[in-house]
Design a protein around this ligand. Structure first.
Ligand code: ADE
Length: 248
């Protein structure tokens, strides 16, 4: 069972997706579990404030250290093995290979020993000797909001992850994408697929060929006849010839 604990101010933005379709099935089959921690509960003062203005001036508000550290430490107090993911546009760009490692639970990093001044993406390069088996990985996903976060938060993060070269308003959408791409790779979640098939897919070197279903003729666009021939040798040949490497 893979566990995700999501620290957010907006659990209502995440729950509908996680309780639908495959993510819901993964929970039903006890292959994944999703818990929420309300960052507001760790807010400061009567208004439970979680953000403040930046030193040195500038627009917007930044997530403060105290609520974030206290929220993360409250989770780690119950499970010290939990690793922290921070969705951030300056993180390492998320790939299928990284999703596969998380789904397998084999990617284990030393506790965050790199300071916040060092190259953030360096933490995702895992030397072979640090890779250990772990059948019950637990990931804490911290969802920042507002214009950004105090840089010292990086010192408690194991995986700073970017979903691409664009900026979103918060970490909730990245959290859903990370969870979805990991959970679908867990054997048993998608049902029909064998784990071996999923494994080869997730290696990123799968071959994607065009596929068709009924009707045979849709507005003049016909299904290639070879696919109706029943000749499996010819079908395999056609599929190989028309395969495109997935961009991963
Ligand atoms: N937060 C804001 N933009 C982001 C991005 N592109 N990836 C991950 N987290 C983000």
């Amino acid at each position: 069972m893979i566990r995700f604990t999501i620290i957010t101010l907006f659990r209502e933005a995440l729950e509908p997706y996680l309780n639908t379709s495959m993510m819901w099935k993964a929970q039903e089959k006890k292959l994944a579990s999703f818990d929420f921690v309300d960052l507001r509960e760790f807010g400061l003062g009567p208004h439970k404030s979680v953000d403040d203005t930046p030193y040195g001036g500038g627009d917007g508000m930044l997530l403060r250290c105290e609520p974030v550290f206290n929220a993360i430490e409250s989770v780690k107090a119950k499970d010290s093995s939990a690793k922290v993911i921070l969705p951030t546009p300056v993180g390492k760009v998320w790939t299928q290979e990284m999703a596969r490692k998380m789904a397998g639970g084999i990617e284990r990093l030393k506790p965050a020993s790199l300071g916040h001044t060092q190259d953030r993406s360096a933490k995702l390069t895992v030397p072979e000797e640090q890779v250990l088996a772990n059948s019950a990985p637990h990931y804490i996903i911290l969802c920042p909001h507002y214009e950004g976060y105090d840089e010292r938060i990086m010192s408690i993060v194991d995986y700073p992850i970017s979903l691409g070269k664009y900026v979103l308003t918060g970490g909730e959408l990245p959290a859903l994408i990370i969870i979805d791409s990991v959970v679908r790779l867990i054997p048993g979640v998608l049902g029909g697929e064998s784990s071996a098939l999923i494994e080869s897919f997730s290696d990123g070197d799968n071959l994607e060929y065009p596929q068709y279903t009924k009707p045979y003729d849709f507005r003049g666009m016909k299904v290639p006849d070879v696919l109706l021939s029943g000749n499996h040798g010819e079908i395999d040949k056609w599929r190989k010839e028309h395969s495109r490497k997935a961009e991963m």
